[in-house]
Ligand binder design. Sequence first.
Ligand code: NDP
Ligand code: GDR
Length: 373
Amino acid sequence: MTKRALITGITGQDGSYLAEFLLEKGYEVHGIKRRASSFNTQRIDHIYQDPHAPDPKLSLHYGDLTDTSNLTRILQEVQPDEVYNLGAQSHVAVSFEAPEYTADVDAIGTLRLLEAIRFLGLEKKTRFYQASTSELYGLVQEIPQSETTPFYPRSPYAVAKLYAYWITVNYREAYGLYACNGILFNHESPKRGETFVTRKITRGLANISQGIEPGLFMGNLDALRDWGHAKDYVRMQWMMLQQDRPEDFVIATGQQHSVRDFICWSAEELGIQLRFEGNGIEEIGIVDTVSGNIATAVKPGDVIVRVDPRYFRPAEVETLLGDPAKAKKMLGWVPEISVREMCKEMVAADLETARRHALLKAHGFDTPVALAI
Ligand code: NDP
Ligand code: GDR
């Protein structure tokens, strides 16, 4: 029997990798996409199938996590074996500006899905995955963080995700639903949203190297994160729903690096050596040397990175480091792509795009490039 999965957030980074993964496994995949005034399916266009084709394996449904009747109707139509709740207002800094909306989507949106499963009598059929987050640890109480580390959320996003975490546990305990939380640490890829820190760096530096952007403005360069590759992490999301009993798992690499490290690695991939000077609030990154012919528009002495306090958060999560021992022991999961390999892949993808823009510009077709603010 073909298994059927429903993914909220299918147009996002994880949703697109997970859809690819499930299609390869032979699943029939359904995704919820939001109505937007422009196309918003760039990340899944390569796997999209014409709905007129016989027996399409990927179908999209218009919907929104703020709309109970819409979610209930889609669940009723699809009758999924597995629901992956990846949809969210996922930007921590933005959650300080839109806290109520973030709570509605990230917290109550999760409740809406769980209630719809129960209301439709799908408790015995449908397994539920909740995209929980290392942001729950916030002001960390223990190093490294594992499934038993106490939570201390530090943003409206994390507080909303805390509700979603506990309501998932509650529906498991109260109604016997197969529901699990994946407590995922930061994971990135060339498909990462342009305003998250890693992608902002790889894209920004690639653009600078081609003369498309003059410089990069950053926030807290000392923040420490445990970064993995999204491809490794979606595999784990699926594995969690294939166990005999539902459980929560931390997914992380167990290694930690600073934002400044990530900037230096990305610069290195572009043939640029950077030196940082300053005190954190007035820090600048100066080009020391340029090697090879990759960096075409920078020269020694150029300042290409500046700290701008506008990117500091009202409450920061300074350090996160995960302990994935349970996932390794119980599921045999280990990440396959290292953070440096991931950085290289991201820079290469952004450099290709930057070169295309530079080429167009050189031939008189100047297309504006959006700034990642
Ligand atoms: P993205 O921001 O790339 O994708 C979020 C997805 O949610 C998009 O498809 C977006 O649609 C959709 N979405 C946003 N608001 C709504 C809404 N109101 N109704 C329905 N869908 C909505 O996130 P990621 O792929 O990186 O992350 C996936 C999930 O995992 C998120 O829940 C995130 O909070 C969580 N997470 C992510 C981690 C990471 O490091 N990436 C780590 C831990 C947890 P659209 O494309 O239209 O904007
Ligand atoms: P995070 O990711 O907040 O951890 O949430 P992000 O990449 O936005 O920030 C990581 C760290 O980098 C610092 N930082 C900057 N961040 C951004 N976005 N832009 C900057 O210019 C900048 N300069 C420094 C931040 O202050 C922070 O400390 C991500 C999201 O995917 C969440 O949905 C997910 O739950 C968590 O990861 C785990």
